[in-house]
Design a protein around this ligand. Structure first.
Ligand SMILES: Nc1ncnc2c1ncn2[C@@H]1O[C@H](COP(=O)(O)OP(=O)(O)OP(=O)(O)O)[C@@H](O)[C@H]1O
Ligand SMILES: [Mg+2]
Length: 230
């Protein structure tokens, strides 16, 4: 589904991503692990077209997208849940969900399924985004990304600052979405246990480079916990 090959990215003179290559497959959760500042968010922003890459290629279903606008990438089927959630605080929950449909035709309804995945959103439909708890905002950010029915869902540290019960709910939803078999999921995570539980495949980054990768079930045996312990 997703094939990232030899991507290099710079902020000014700093070489941030160094020949990063990875793949993600439909029906699977690919977890990207790495400590603070190793370039995880920069990689996702490069994937979304929010920062330009210098060299390398990004293919979605075999089509090169590295020169496409963020809008075109969303249309091509990538849903993005940014780090820090980026909920519109002054818009209602319903309006935030509609933002996820911004590039669809005006009459596209919000899929009712989102309220089954996250029942709390239905109860809070007319509340402002800014009035939700951190965990509720995270669920809203995921639902907003799912509204347009993406083929690839990309999440940047969804457990950051969230209470354990909601982390569990989010984990269950991610697993269920992958198991349905019509979506690939890329999950950036620093919380090892959550990553281990969900990973079908894992990738570890250090200083802008991929330093390890393999099957999720081998993470423990391969000593990945030590590589990412903070
Ligand atoms: N807009 C920017 N301009 C210049 N340097 C930046 C910019 N954004 C990030 N960086 C630098 O790029 C490097 C990678 O940052 P990035 O945010 O991708 O890391 P990360 O792995 O997502 O970290 P975290 O786990 O803290 O979210 C860091 O050294 C950071 O200081
Ligand atoms: Mg980050």
């Amino acid at each position: 589904m997703l094939n990232i090959k030899n991507v290099n990215q710079y902020y000014g003179g700093s070489h941030i991503l160094r020949d990063v290559s990875l793949q993600a497959h439909t029906g699977k959760v690919t977890v990207i692990l790495g400590r603070n500042g190793v370039g995880k968010t920069t990689l996702l922003k490069s994937l979304m077209g929010l920062v330009p890459i210098k060299t390398g290629s990004i293919e979605l279903e075999g089509k090169a997208i590295q020169d496409a606008t963020p809008y075109a990438r969303a249309r091509a089927g990538i849903g993005f849940v940014p780090q820090g959630r980026e909920i519109f605080a002054r818009l209602t929950v319903e309006e935030n969900l509609r933002m996820g449909l911004a590039y669809k035709s005006g009459s596209t309804p919000i899929p009712a399924e989102l309220y089954e995945l996250f029942p709390v959103l239905k109860q809070m439909l007319h509340r402002r985004g800014g009035d939700l708890s951190g965990g509720q905002q995270q669920q809203l950010a995921i639902a907003r990304a799912l509204a347009a029915k993406p083929k690839l869902l990309v999440l940047d540290e969804p457990t950051e600052g969230i209470q354990p019960s909601i982390i569990k709910d989010i984990g269950r939803v991610i697993r269920m979405l992958a198991d349905r078999g019509d979506m690939a999921i890329v999950l950036v995570e620093q919380y090892y246990d959550f990553a281990r539980e969900l990973a079908d495949d894992y990738v570890v980054m250090e200083r802008g480079e991929v330093v390890a990768q393999g099957l999720g079930k081998d993470m423990e045996a391969n000593g990945i916990r030590k590589l990412v312990a903070i």
